[in-house]
Design a protein around this ligand. Structure first.
Ligand code: OXD
Ligand code: MN
Length: 602
């Protein structure tokens, strides 16, 4: 295995873009004294700097050049095989008290944690280059936008941050020279990429993050899960806004009426696919556009929720992505893409399970070994990823850069559930919707290390990302609802329900437009539903099912069915989940649970 962190020596004019802010200079100096790098590389985000870093990364085999005809300006990175997913068990919220981190987070005392991490970081960058990456999260003129600096000894991190954030000069300018300005301090070192020395630690009260021992995106692109969600959610509560694990999409009717929708699904449950949905032929004239595919920052204005996407790129799961499942994602990753842990074909193209066409007769798998279609191993890791700039998306929403954000008409929760959860239902109101989000569950995926396919409660898809006490987070949702005079309607969807013989009942992908249309029609008040104990459910005639091949009326009934037996178990699982949180759940949600249980009795 090559050493992914060997120092590089930039020529004059590259890597010397020091910011004027003394607080940043002091902090970088402190980290330099601690980690003792060979040199410091101040990033400015320019094309020239990027070209230089790519050429050095190719020399050091951190990147593999792809066939530039088939995948222009695209590269492949292989991570250490022990380091392929987020590590929730080694992720910590380091608040002064355990209660502030709450029952769903690993907690670690800040003083002790800083000492432990400083011990690990001592001399850790010897022989390495220390990169300083300035970035902003959010459109340049949004009041929600945050500034961050990430120190890292990984070139792969720098190259990924340039895709995923607005990186370089733009952040330095925005920060200016005020030593009291708010900005996030992120320190990352690969160390020796050893799972025993892998810790992702957040210090919300200091607006600081330290991540060591990993090179995997979700653990090390500190802008994303660490700042935009964990620290972001903490700041959002303090400052009265919402930081959520949600895609944002626009949906325009043939008459030109547009709505925006935000949807929280857990990792690897189809947020990117939904955000780039192409309506089926039958929906001629309907258009879906993408604002974001993973994170929404939302604030209240004029009694409504307005959302921005803080990111500048997509870090998506590759396997299963094809021209059939998500043509817009395929077009987005045709060029300018940094792939991680996919397979390399003999003509230097990339391949993964689920890509269009037949598998190649031979490839090099994600570990760097020979692979053929007869191999037992997967060619691409199930959590292999692409990082691609959002400007490559052919259906990018024209308002993605608007600082005010886009007005949200509906919020959708959803998970991967083989049973119990109908295709779609609408919550009765904001408080009930908050309950639906708080009790959400999904079968686990390869996005996080650990077992796959186990049902776990994942409130608002934020279980791994809420940077403070989950009870206070629920309270913040309830309080936000009280401040909204025109709250979004709240829905729950499940694309993954299976029949008794284990087959998916719903085709998903483009046909999810049928569900989205019902949601929009509900927002417009022009379609019916039936009232069930769990919420409003469409009757068959309320959904546009014309030209939907392969789903029989019986299967449709199964998809929309609310089984009292399954739901009694579900509600008792809600009770167990709330109980496991040790008394932090707000009374309003306990009351919602009792009401739900009662509706199944009467
Ligand atoms: C992601 C995740 O990478 O949720 O977005 O794991
Ligand atoms: Mn995510």
């Amino acid at each position: 295995m090559n050493n992914p962190a060997t120092a590089i020596l930039p020529p004059a004019g590259i890597g010397d873009h020091k910011p004027a802010n003394q607080a940043v200079l002091d902090w970088v100096h402190e980290v330099e004294l601690l980690t003792q790098p060979e040199n410091i590389f101040w990033c400015d985000g320019s094309e020239r700097e990027n070209d230089f870093l790519i050429s050095e990364s190719l020399k050091q085999e951190v990147l593999i050049k792809l066939n530039q005809k088939k995948a222009p300006r695209s590269y492949l990175h292989r991570s250490n095989p022990n380091d392929v997913a987020r590590v929730e068990q080694f992720t910590f919220i380091c608040t002064p008290t355990k209660a502030e981190a709450g029952p769903t987070n690993n907690w670690s005392e800040p003083g002790e944690t800083y000492s432990k991490l400083h011990g690990l970081l001592k001399g850790a960058m010897r022989g390495r280059t220390m990169f300083v990456v300035p970035y902003i999260m959010g459109p340049p003129d949004s009041p929600l936008t945050k500034i961050g600096f990430e120190i890292t000894d990984s070139k792969y991190v720098v190259l990924s941050m340039r895709i995923m954030t607005r990186m370089g000069e733009i952040a330095v300018k925005r920060l200016g020279s005020d030593p009291k300005a708010e900005w996030n301090k992120g320190v990352h070192s690969l160390l020796d990429v050893n799972p025993e020395r892998r810790f992702i630690c957040h210090f919300p009260q200091d607006n600081a993050i330290i991540s060591v021992g990993s090179g995997y995106g979700g653990n090390v692109l500190l802008s994303k899960k660490c700042l935009a969600l964990r620290i972001g959610s903490y700041l959002a509560r303090k400052q009265g806004w919402l930081a959520e694990h949600m895609l944002i999409l626009g949906v325009e009717s043939p008459e030109g009426k547009k709505h925006y929708v935000a949807a929280a699904f857990p990792s690897a449950c189809g947020k990117t696919n939904f955000a780039m949905l192409i309506p089926p032929k039958h929906f001629a004239g309907w258009k879906v556009t993408t604002v974001g595919d993973d994170i929404a920052w939302m604030q209240i204005r004029d009694g409504r929720l307005w959302a921005v996407n803080p990111e500048n790129g997509y870090f998506g799961v590759v396997p299963g992505t094809s021209y059939k499942s998500n043509p817009n994602a395929m077009k987005s990753i045709e060029r300018d893409t940094l792939y991680t842990n996919v397979a390399l074909t003999d003509d230097s193209d990339v391949w993964w399970e689920g890509k269009d066409g037949p598998p190649p007769p031979h490839a090099i798998d994600w570990r760097g070994n020979d692979w053929t279609p007869d191999s037992k191993e997967k060619a691409a890791h199930p959590n292999s990823r692409f990082a691609t700039p959002m400007r490559n998306n052919p259906v990018l929403d024209p308002h993605v850069e608007d600082g005010d954000g886009v007005p949200i008409s509906a919020i959708i929760f959803g998970g991967r559930r083989s049973d119990t959860m109908p295709l779609v239902f609408q919550a009765f109101d904001w408080e009930h919707g908050t309950y639906v989000g708080s009790t959400m569950a999904s079968e686990t995926t390869a996005a996080a290390a650990g077992a796959v396919g186990k049902v776990r409660r994942d409130p608002m898809a934020m279980l791994p990302f809420c940077g403070y006490n989950i009870g206070d987070y629920f309270r913040h949702w309830l309080e936000t609802g009280k401040r909204l005079t025109k709250p979004p309607l709240i829905f729950h969807v499940n694309w993954f329900r299976k029949s008794a013989d284990g087959k998916f009942l719903w085709p998903g992908f483009g046909d999810n437009m049928r569900v989205l249309k019902w949601i929009i029609d509900r927002c417009e008040g022009r379609v019916g539903a039936t009232e069930s104990p769990i919420g409003h459910i469409p009757r068959m005639q309320d959904l546009d099912l014309d030209e939907l091949g392969g789903v029989t009326p019986n299967q449709m009934r199964e998809l929309l069915n609310v089984s009292a037996e399954e739901w009694q178990k579900e509600v008792s699982d809600h009770a167990k989940f709330f109980e496991s949180l040790g008394g932090v759940v707000p009374d309003e949600l306990e009351k919602q649970r009792k009401n739900l249980a009662g509706r199944f009795k009467s």
